[in-house]
Design a binder for this molecule. Sequence first.
Ligand code: HEC
Length: 180
Amino acid sequence: MRGFGGFVNGCIFALALLIGLAFGAVQSGLVPANADSKPNRIERWLAHASLEAAIARGSKDLQNPLQASDDNLIAGVHLYGANCAVCHGAADAKQSNPAKGFYIRSPALAKDGVEDDPESETFWKVKHGIRYTAMPSFGATLSDADIWKLAMFLKRMDKLDPQVDAEWKKIPSAATAASP
Ligand code: HEC
């Protein structure tokens, strides 16, 4: 019994020490608070391991209820122009100054796209956002139908029908002018 009590006390002491160390690290500014350095290995692991698990769990039963018609795809292009191009760029894949300053970069989707990802995964990311990054959640601002239109456009971005592609090419570049 005595040994067990000692073990419990040891655990409590170790836990208190860990909490104290973590608190000290935060208080002394050792936990990064700036956005102009790359995330460290622990931050990347925290963000990605749990993101993948959350997506796998949250998107497995999701299915796009809409037809990939040109009308729906064109609606997706316009939604993208209004909500996403500022961070992910237009067809020229050029990025705005704000997008260039994120500590976790937003991919220029015209160049570094998500055509290989299931639409359900893209739907999840757009609806819920990605924690610890600048990727916002759109669940409160866009309907599910609009998010599916975005997901179907991103899935087919590299093989659009000519009339959809023409709308896509009309989205203005996100590149920031050198000076106003
Ligand atoms: C304020 C900036 C910002 C806006 C606006 C934004 N995103 Fe993002 N997005 C990001 C960042 C930063 C990432 C990278 C996150 C990461 O690496 O985990 C990202 C990641 C993504 C990804 C995952 C990319 C991949 O390679 O897995 C998708 C898909 C995406 N965004 C779609 C969209 C769509 C669609 C919209 C518009 C409805 C949008 N984003 C609006 C910043 C933004």
